[in-house]
Design a protein around this ligand. Structure first.
Ligand code: ZN
Ligand code: ZN
Length: 428
């Protein structure tokens, strides 16, 4: 088996791994994008569609899926994923086409071709995806519909985690390794949080809900800029679980559609009744008229809207409306990348959005609300495998990852973890 890291080596973004058998044609695991400083999409290394016999998509985040339509020009390679992931990917692709303006990465036609090539799979299913290549799909616990893939290639085994969360959340059950052998030959795993340990969930929720109540009871509005997929739904069920339902909870932007799609797939959720309740409580903001009215009288309200780092989306409108009043608050429940308005806001208390500088008097808070395994869980995960398993860290910042691998050696005697920097070819 040959493995080629086409993207996501030494970087968080544009995840893409090519696995080939001795017969030549290969399986592509994810084909995502990253974005350059001008917000233009950057694709992984090129792969010829005719050299592929299957594509497997781990989940609907654009850093794993966003470049896929570029491969669907004239060849229709079968694409394996959960139907939930495909439905969510469809709205994400269309949104990307809509937002990209002049730098159109691909056409609506190509998005349609991806959807037409999709074959839906379920957790626990084992399929022959190419001649003598079998794939088994497992819950990854990251966002609804996300999966890990166990490949069997000519007697060798490979586990690709995609993004995964080893811990349970209010929305999802943690990653499921049932059926994954301890002596799998290769593990390609994400290491987004090799550098950090997340706070215990209970403490985080307690802090979040406490501060939320504080602002609302003080007569303020709370804007929660949130990622469309996963984070929005997790925040909503958490708020409802803790009974903060006496104030209006508004959901705006693409998150509304995502909520509805996720609601069609109870089998992927940890507590479907809680999810249903959250959806009943949440109020959709369907258009700009309602949006304007929603914040006009300044009543205590919770507003959940993308984009998670305040790079556009409905959240920007609300930020401008809420920023000037000290009673209001902006709660950032996601990682904020340096250079984004969300990051600027945390560091300087002001941010440039839509070309104008917004000074924020409102209270600003950040919460470590991750959908990825933290350092402790990653180490636990690694320890599960045999010392002979070759473990490759991808989807990670390289310096932190190298430090982490060194610490694993020094503190735990683990010396089978390698950091990939991109472009590597590994033959087994
Ligand atoms: Zn993800
Ligand atoms: Zn990712």
């Amino acid at each position: 088996m040959d493995i080629k890291v086409l993207g996501g080596g030494g970087e968080v973004g544009r995840m893409a791994i090519l696995v080939r058998s001795s017969r030549g044609r290969g399986v592509l695991l994810d084909y995502g994008v990253s974005f350059d400083e001008n917000d233009r999409p950057v694709f992984p290394q090129h792969v010829r569609p005719r050299d592929l016999c299957a594509v497997v998509l781990s989940h609907a985040h654009l850093d794993h899926s966003g470049a896929l339509p570029s491969l669907y020009v004239s060849t229709y390679v079968p694409l394996y994923s959960t139907s939930l992931t495909m439905e969510l990917s469809d709205i994400m692709f269309k949104d990307m086409v809509k937002l990209s303006g002049y730098y159109l990465p691909y056409t609506d036609e190509q998005v349609r071709a991806v959807m037409e090539s999709a074959l839906s799979v379920v957790y626990g299913e084992r399929l022959e995806v190419c001649d003598d290549i079998y794939a088994t799909f497992l819950n990854a616990g990251h966002i609804p519909g996300s999966m890990m893939t166990l490949l069997e290639v000519e007697g060798r085994t490979l586990l690709f985690t995609g993004d995964f969360n080893y811990a349970d959340t209010n929305l999802l059950r943690g990653a499921d390794l049932y059926g994954v052998p301890h002596d799998v030959d290769v593990v390609i795993m994400e290491g987004t949080y090799v550098a950090g340990t997340h706070p215990p969930r209970e403490r985080l929720e307690h802090e979040f809900v406490g501060k939320l109540r504080e602002v609302l009871e003080g007569g303020g509005m709370v804007l929660i800029p949130s990622f469309t997929l996963g984070r929005t739904q997790e925040i909503l069920v958490t708020i409802v679980k803790h009974g903060v339902t006496e104030y209006p909870i508004l959901v705006d932007g693409l998150a509304r559609q995502a909520n509805q799609i996720v609601g069609k797939y109870p089998q992927y959720l940890r507590d479907y009744r809680l999810y249903r309740k959250a959806m009943e409580v949440a109020l959709d903001v369907p258009n700009t008229y309602v949006r304007k009215n929603a914040v006009k009288d300044g009543e205590p309200t919770i507003i959940i809207a993308p984009a998670g780092m305040l790079k556009g989306g409905a959240a920007v409108y609300y930020l401008k409306k809420l920023a000037g009043n000290r009673r209001n608050a902006i709660f950032l429940p996601s990682f904020q990348a340096p250079g984004t308005p969300g990051y600027e806001l945390l560091v300087k208390g002001e941010a440039v959005v839509d070309g104008s500088r917004v000074k924020v008097e409102a209270r600003v808070e950040w919460f470590d609300w991750s959908a990825h395994s933290g350092r402790r869980e990653l180490t636990e995960f690694i320890k599960r495998f045999s010392p002979d398993t070759r473990i490759l860290l991808v989807h990670t910042e390289p310096v932190s990852a190298l430090n982490y691998a060194a610490r694993l050696r020094a503190d735990h005697g683990i010396d089978n973890v390698y950091v990939t920097l991109g472009g590597e070819e590994i033959s087994l």
